[in-house]
Design a protein around this ligand. Structure first.
Ligand code: AHM
Ligand code: MG
Length: 333
């Protein structure tokens, strides 16, 4: 049997009436941009792309050169195709409408151009996360930040590209979560992980333990019981992993199960957590739910949250269904 390429997968999804021609084009363009980012990332020091850009973003974070390069690649690729009304990014204060010289399309695209960027200079996996929404029909010509403020359950597509030992695309259009591996010689993504499923149970958690003293009491109690292992109330030993690239941690969980946690903490009381709802938690939440897992704030389903701001932060508990439910029970008490 011939391998199924991403192009063929998308054509067949369109033929089956599950995606439109415009959405197929949009996904193809985003994935082409991710292929360029993969090339830039893999050059490392040889491409002169490591290190700081010397600028900051709206979140007050120092930008790496590759944050800026990746953002520019995605913006340029998505400007002229006629499928988008606007883009919004972790690296830009506000949404950017498609330039007026090009036709405006019906979709809105959000992205974190290079997630886990603290890992770039140490040659650890990083990735691009993206989310696609529909633009309100009467705002296609002049979209604003407010048009993006839709709950995650309304995403028409979500995905990430992981730049690791292999470059992989993991994609959902609301009909399962599917993984494609980049064949670097041919420049093609090939469907290698159809219908990914997160195991319902796990004995592995991912959290930045150095923040423990800043957590809420409910989160402290939950992790204390994980650490107590088979002698504690959970009655089994748990292993821990933390890559500090959400894309890589979520990819491990999609592959073999686990729970990924970035909880609310008191380091900065004005922020509800570290991760951003619109271009980190929502797309990852849809991918995980489409693979049979759960995505929660500890108290509510992430995909049901009504967004208030483009760069709003949110506590995140995502992964194996039964473990996310266990974490939620501690937060309900
Ligand atoms: P970034 O988008 O600026 O790279 O920040 C998000 C990243 C996630 O990928 C990762 O899970 C988390 O920040 C790591 O945080 P910490 O530095 O606390 O370990
Ligand atoms: Mg990020």
């Amino acid at each position: 049997m011939q391998p199924v390429t991403l192009t063929r997968y998308l054509v067949e999804e369109q033929r089956a009436g599950r995606i439109s021609a415009e959405l197929r084009q949009l996904i193809s363009v985003v994935v082409r941009a991710c292929t360029s980012i993969s090339v830039a990332v893999s050059k490392g020091a040889l491409g002169g792309v490591l290190g700081e850009a010397g600028t900051g973003n709206v979140q007050g974070e120092a930008q790496k050169k590759l944050d800026v390069i990746s953002n520019d690649i995605l913006l340029e690729a998505n400007a002229w195709g006629g499928h988008l009304a606007a883009c919004a990014s972790e690296e830009m204060d506000h949404a950017m409408p498609v330039p007026d010289e090009y036709p405006h399309g019906e979709f809105l695209l959000l992205f974190d151009p290079l997630d886990g960027s603290s890992n770039i200079d140490v040659n650890v996996s990083v990735g691009t996360i993206f989310s696609v929404l529909r633009c309100p029909k009467d705002h296609v010509e002049a979209p604003t930040d407010a048009d993006f403020l839709q709950p995650g359950r309304d995403q028409v597509a979500a995905g990430y590209c992981i730049y690791g030992p292999q470059t992989m695309l993991v994609l959902t259009t609301g009909h399962g979560t599917h993984g494609f591996t980049l064949d670097r010689e041919q420049g093609l993504f090939v469907l290698t992980h159809p219908r990914m499923q997160v195991p319902a149970q796990t004995a592995e958690f991912a959290v930045n333990m150095s923040n423990q003293r800043h957590w809420e009491p409910q989160m402290q109690a939950y992790v204390a019981d994980l650490l107590a292992g088979r002698d504690g109330p959970r009655g089994k030993d748990f292993n821990m992993r933390w890559i500090a690239s959400m894309v890589a941690d979520v990819h491990r969980i999609l592959t073999r199960g686990g729970i990924f946690i970035y909880p609310r903490d008191t380091k900065d009381p004005t922020k509800a957590g570290k991760l951003r709802l619109m271009y980190e938690a929502n797309p990852m939440g849809l991918l995980i739910e489409q693979a049979g897992g759960l995505a929660s704030t500890g108290r509510a389903r992430i995909l049901d949250l009504p967004p208030e701001q483009l760069h709003q932060r949110v506590p995140v508990f995502i992964g194996s269904r039964e473990e996310v439910e266990a974490a939620e029970r501690y937060h309900a008490d």
